[in-house]
Design a protein around this ligand. Sequence first.
Ligand code: PXG
Length: 458
Amino acid sequence: MRDQMLPNRSAEDLRATDLAHHLHPFTDHTVLRAEGGPRVITDGDGVYLWDTEGRRLLDGMAGLWCVNVGYGRKELSEVARQQMDRLAYYNTFFKTSHEPVIHLAEKLATLTPEGVTNFLFSNSGSEANDTAIRLVRSYWAAMEKPERQVVISREYAYHGSTLAGASLCGLPGMHGIAGLPIAGIAHATGPYAWAAGHDSDDPAYGEEAADALEAKILEIGPGNVAAFIGEPVMGAGGVITPPPGYWARVQEICRKHDILIICDEVICGFGRTGEWFGADRYEIVPDIMCMAKGLSSGYLPISAVGVGKRVADTLRMRPGIFSHGFTYSGHPVAAAVALKNINIIEEEGLVEHVRDIVGPALTRRLGILTGHPLVGQVRGVGAMWALELTSDKATRAPFAPVGSVATRVRNLCFERGLATRAVREGLVFAPPLIITEAQVDELADILASCLDTAAAEL
Ligand code: PXG
């Protein structure tokens, strides 16, 4: 089958050609060249990937936190083919629509938290977050409070890589390009218990971490703040779980100062936390919620911004145009695939599978590693987990240079058949939601053996 699509070329040829012509995201190309080029992935099935050397990898990251239903779903390719044959493209501008986007919006309204019943579509999480910023600012302009412009994000947040998305990020590397962050974005201290010297289940810390948001609001002046944006659980920043009481207190603070809440569900949405959305898990009532990744399980690019009544009414009930949108907003093929993907999640009970099987299995198997000499903390929820490595469990000191041991463990994992990501001095896991208990065992066994090897090398 593959031979019909792509010329058959050697692994070496593919790597050399990639080095010659392909600029990669988030990559040091001097390192890539020194290492002889990228690993080239050719196939995926279930939770497994294969590369050009024929090596099998258990995908501990569901691609980039997105392949929720796993690889190789013929139902999705079939729907895409049928929709392409029927109507490959039409836009949703200028008073037109099409069936897939209508069905998808209707379906999302049945899944999202109460009050979120209207949806704007785009193609990526970054575009969804850009859309959210423009929405909240235009909401406040419609309310005749145009001075409410600032969007408050947090340290360690990841919200994307467009100019606005990168500005919202709370990761210093994301602001390394001139002009970033853009105006009107601020960052509060994030709820990172490990770095603050607390247990991740310490309720006193939950309150303290939320109060950091209020301090930032007061510094800026509540009358200048449009919205707070947060991932229910921070993903790319290192699976930073909110301490108990954190989201309740954050919402209390936002309500007190009349600040809109944007929930970035790009990673947490569609079952990852063992609920449909992180908002369900942490009882968040969002004004706006941004979805991507698991919306289509990464089979095609699509994102959605769910808009609660308060903001939606300013668009729906007032004359005037919200000058925003993309050629591919609500692309019919992507929308059809997203809808089918949601059907699969429902029919196979994947949200319940994460809640009842995957979450408990990861809690058990990764939890044991807390006793490992290199491991300082294991934390997570549902199917998103992190291990913090440390050279000293009492002081929580990282190794020198920071990240060196996590990177070594990551490299060993790939060699032994497990795809994972190193974040600072930690490792993160977010496997496809279809992972079985036996496959969780396989993941944990490989990880444990790599930690042992790294510990022995030190
Ligand atoms: N919000 C969140 C919470 C994300 O995790 C985005 C927005 C942006 O989505 P797009 O589709 O524009 O990439 C993300 C993306 C990593 C990694 O290495 C994580 C993401 C993207 C790329 C790499 O962990 N998250």
